[in-house]
Design a protein around this ligand. Sequence first.
Ligand code: URA
Length: 234
Amino acid sequence: GYDATPFLPARGRIPAHRRAAADCRGCPLFGPATQTVFGEGDASARLMFVGEEPGDQEDRQGKPFVGPAGQLLHRAMEEAGLADEPSYVTNAVKHFKFELAPRTGKRRIHKPPSLREMTACRPWLSAELRLVEPEVVVALGATAGRALLGSSFRVTKDRGAVQACAVAADGTIGPVEPDAVPGDGTDHASDGHAGIRTQVVPTVHPSSVLRSDDREAAYAGLVADLRVAAGLVR
Ligand code: URA
């Protein structure tokens, strides 16, 4: 099956992983995409954001959340009091998946990643989580929520409620009872190869705010969930 594992470096921190991910061929998405979009930001941040996959702009520029959804996210972060909070920003899947617009074939239309593609790409996300060791992870949308909390995750039901997730040394990511989260110190190794636990704040994807019939309410909901995350990182 599709799997990024053979492309991961045996050692090294975020920069080594970013360099290796540039050559990932763990699933077919690398073919049509311009480049791998790895995580960016402060690799020792207490706060991490996980999106779905890069969009058109991210694919061109090679950085996560630099397009319209990213602009909205950054505005919402400021409004939630997170402007000065160091953060690391990444996606569950590191390549843009798209189809060409019917007829003209000009525009590249975003397609959500399949479960196989999410699974293939999970070793990268797992490594980022174990290396950054965030205390709080904001899961932006259903794909990120599923990547961190499993297939029973539902954004409408689960958004805004703090959960806990564990990342095991073997790369497994999944929900756990929210007892021994970082801050309790337990299970919080620092060499990037042991397991970690972190708090997860699930919320909507910023691009769903852009598509919403009631953009103001959807935006306010995103800001409210980000305030939950802001309360946890302090
Ligand atoms: N949407 C995402 O999920 N991630 C990005 O990086 C940009 C848009």
